[in-house]
Design a protein around this ligand. Structure first.
Ligand code: ACO
Length: 324
């Protein structure tokens, strides 16, 4: 029997219209544009309108990716949405997107792995396509992190933004998705988390608000180390030298973390796709939005070898090596 692989047929993204600049943040908290740019690399971020939800962003990114792939709603037979900011507890965002696209019956689910959500989703969808269970999978990363950001906390509010990115995956005779590598370590859960959910509710005695909590300095160090390890793991698994990689599409959390990963790959920064400056950290949406940006501006061409990587709360981390 011929081995089936998966490949990316098309990419898409959607950003809400409203832009919040560092100058805007200077009016909200005790910070400066200079500090934010120097410590993070971020200049501005997009923020969802009050009536826009994660499903709205996900749907728009999905339609964009489907148009790029030439896929009709009737072609889609799997929907996965990586998100930590779902519209509701259930139905999951995948079901909401499915209904809006007028598709009925195919599996649709959400995947919660914080900033690694898209790469986790890509890895799962790759298996569905490679074993013949799905022929046209929609993989989305979508977030409205602004809804869980404390806009009076300068240590976190300068970092995050909203957006959505998507890819359509289909079958191929040669590997498009070459290998995915996932990991998690719950020992680091206290470095980055949201304290409350449905089961663990906020109590009157709790001092933390219902917002992202982060020990930025500590997670920074763990992130650099973890990403170095996953880059090495991906290269070793494929018996590839560092210089084989044409493009690095990293999770857009902090320019200094990205620079450290690029250094590990001995890769010049011109080969690293950066959207951080304009998007901030959009968690699960950041990697597919960056991928789409570089595909659409012509940097990433068919046949290029691309390394996607992410890490996030959990901790979770993941990489995907793809031949675009
Ligand atoms: N403006 C001005 N000063 C600030 C701000 C701000 N927005 N935020 C913090 N500071 C101050 C601090 O209070 C501190 O002051 P002090 O020295 O008087 O105590 C000083 O700046 C240095 O603070 P640090 O936290 O040590 O600064 P650092 O260089 O570590 O940068 C940052 C902070 C940008 C958060 C960095 O640690 C980082 O990016 N960490 C990784 C974060 C990350 O990637 N998180 C997301 C993971 S992805 C996900 O799952 C969502």
């Amino acid at each position: 029997m011929t081995q089936i692989y998966s490949k990316i047929l098309g990419t898409g993204r959607f950003l809400p219209e409203r832009v919040l600049t560092n100058a805007d943040l200077e009016q909200m908290v005790d910070t400066t544009d200079e500090w934010i740019q120097a410590r993070t690399g971020i200049k501005r971020r997009h923020i969802a309108a009050d009536d826009q939800t994660t499903a709205d962003l996900a749907e728009a990114a999905a339609r964009d990716a489907m148009a790029a792939a030439g896929a009709e709603p009737g072609d889609i037979d799997l929907i996965m949405v990586g998100t930590t900011t779902p519209d509701q507890v259930f139905p999951n965002v995948g079901c909401l997107v499915q209904e809006r696209l007028g598709i009925h019956g195919c599996p649709a689910f959400g995947l919660e792995a914080a900033c690694s959500g898209f790469i986790y989703g890509l890895s799962v969808a790759d298996r569905f396509v490679a074993n013949g269970t799905a022929k046209c999978a929609l993989v989305i990363g979508a977030e409205t992190l602004s809804r869980m950001t404390d806009w009076s906390d300068r240590t976190t509010c300068v970092l995050f933004g909203d957006g959505a990115g998507a890819v359509v995956l289909g079958p191929a005779e040669v590997p498009g998705v070459i290998s995915c590598h996932l990991g998690a370590d719950g020992r680091y859960q206290d470095l980055l988390y949201h304290p409350y959910g449905t089961s663990r509710k906020q109590r009157p005695e709790d001092t933390e608000g219902p917002f992202i909590q982060m020990r930025g300095n500590e997670i920074f160090k763990v992130a650099v180390k973890t990403l170095e390890n996953i880059v090495d793991e991906t290269l070793e698994a494929n018996d590839l030298p560092r210089e084989a990689i044409d493009w690095l599409v990293p999770h857009q959390a902090n320019i200094r973390i990205i620079q450290a990963t690029a250094k590990r790959l001995a890769m010049p920064m011109e080969k690293v796709v950066l959207t951080l400056e304009d998007h901030g950290n959009t968690s699960a949406a950041s990697v597919p939005m960056a991928l789409d940006t570089a595909v659409r501006d012509g940097r990433i061409q068919r046949g290029d070898l691309v390394l996607l990587e992410a890490f996030g709360g959990g901790l979770t981390w993941g990489s995907a090596l793809i031949r675009y």
